[in-house]
Design a protein around this ligand. Structure first.
Ligand SMILES: Cc1ncc(COP(=O)(O)O)c(C=O)c1O
Length: 348
């Protein structure tokens, strides 16, 4: 006999990317930043520790909302903070999608979305990307019980993007809110922040895990119109972000010079990785993220993943039913990427 809801019994659960003990691998599998975060982050954490942790944190992280609002040019009331942007996704699905209702997502994209629907006992409806990673109007078609659409932009695993104009078009036609998941947008040429004011249905989520090198901290946020934020506050845990992460995230977003310098290095290495993989015969589309999606037209890629791993380099092998497989390689430092390319060259 099971004590779980039938929806939970029926699901298998999301499996995150492998997190081996530090130092075991050159780690290029979960799109982390290879560089240490701004030094202002550890100073902010030390200052909180010096004050002590006996009090609860600010439930709405007002300090972060104020500073992020200034940096991004939005009112603090339009920001909701979360324990990683994954928590923002959880809050949204809990808020909008009930049992037997429908969540729409593109395919292939972030696998967690489907799990979030499963937890709700909801249906997920996948709309396939076209071969060139554009998305047809089927993504915005009205459908019965459709309550939320999730769209990573840039997408994972492809690293490709839809233009803000296209996203506005899709949102205008959708009968439900659209979350533009911008976990990787700091590595891209465009973003959708401006659209939030234009259409109440458009919400944008951001992560500090990748571009700010804080995956271990767990901090992300949502930008949406204030009446939406107000509703979402009812759902979140009272103290979903702790005092250390709020202070650290505020210091991180304050240091835009660090972000610009780090972004520049990562984009240069992304070019080097993309060129190297193309030379090895992989079939790449241009990436707007801090990873590169590498299917190969002829060589089986799973053995390459396994051989890389055996020699101390961990990349992500992804196999999407009905679409195909490939290696998703995070943009590490130049040395890490050179080591990866060198090994692959000896294998292909
Ligand atoms: C598309 C996408 N959205 C969100 C996340 C979650 O990021 P966070 O670390 O902020 O929870 C990831 C993490 O890999 C991702 O790939």
């Amino acid at each position: 006999m099971s004590y779980f809801r039938p929806a939970i019994d029926a699901m298998s659960g999301y499996v995150p990317g492998e997190q081996p003990p530090p130092g075991k691998f050159i780690k290029l599998n979960t799109n982390e930043n290879p560089y240490p975060a701004s030094s202002a982050v550890s100073r902010a954490i030390q200052a909180v520790l010096a004050r002590g942790l006996e009090r609860y944190p600010d439930p709405l992280a007002a300090g972060f909302r104020r500073r992020a609002g200034e940096v991004l040019g939005v009112d603090p009331d339009w920001i909701l903070c979360g324990n990683g942007s994954d928590e923002i996704l959880t809050i949204l699905t809990r808020a909008f999608v009930g049992e037997r209702q429908r969540l729409r997502l593109p395919y292939p994209s972030y696998i967690l979305y489907r799990t979030l629907a499963e937890i709700q006992g909801a249906d997920s409806e996948e709309v396939r990307f076209e071969q060139n990673w554009s998305l047809s109007d089927r993504f915005s078609a009205p459908a019965e019980n459709l309550r939320l659409a999730l769209l990573p932009n840039p997408n994972s695993p492809s690293g490709t993007m839809l233009s803000p104009e296209r996203i506005l078009e899709l949102a205008d036609r959708l009968p439900c809110p659209l979350l533009v998941d911008e976990a990787y947008v700091d590595f891209a040429d465009a973003n959708c922040l401006q659209l939030v004011a234009q259409n109440e249905k458009i919400m944008v989520s951001r992560s500090l895990s990748k571009s700010y090198a804080l995956a271990g901290l767990r901090f992300g946020f949502l930008v949406a119109q204030p009446q939406i934020i107000e509703g979402l506050v009812k759902i979140k845990d009272s103290y979903n972000c702790d005092a250390l992460s709020i202070a650290a995230a505020t210091a991180a977003i304050d240091d835009q010079a660090w972000l610009a310098a780090t972004r520049k290095k990562i984009l240069a290495t992304r070019d080097r990785l993309s060129a190297g993989m193309r030379q090895l015969g992989f079939d790449l589309v241009a990436s707007q993220a801090n990873f590169v999606w590498c299917p190969h037209p002829v060589a089986p890629v799973k053995p390459l993943y396994e051989q890389l791993k055996a020699q101390g380099i961990l990349v992500r092998y992804m196999n999407y039913a009905g679409w195909g497989d490939g290696l998703r390689i995070s943009v590490g430092s130049d040395d890490q990427i050179d080591a990866c390319l060198g090994l692959l060259k000896s294998m292909i």
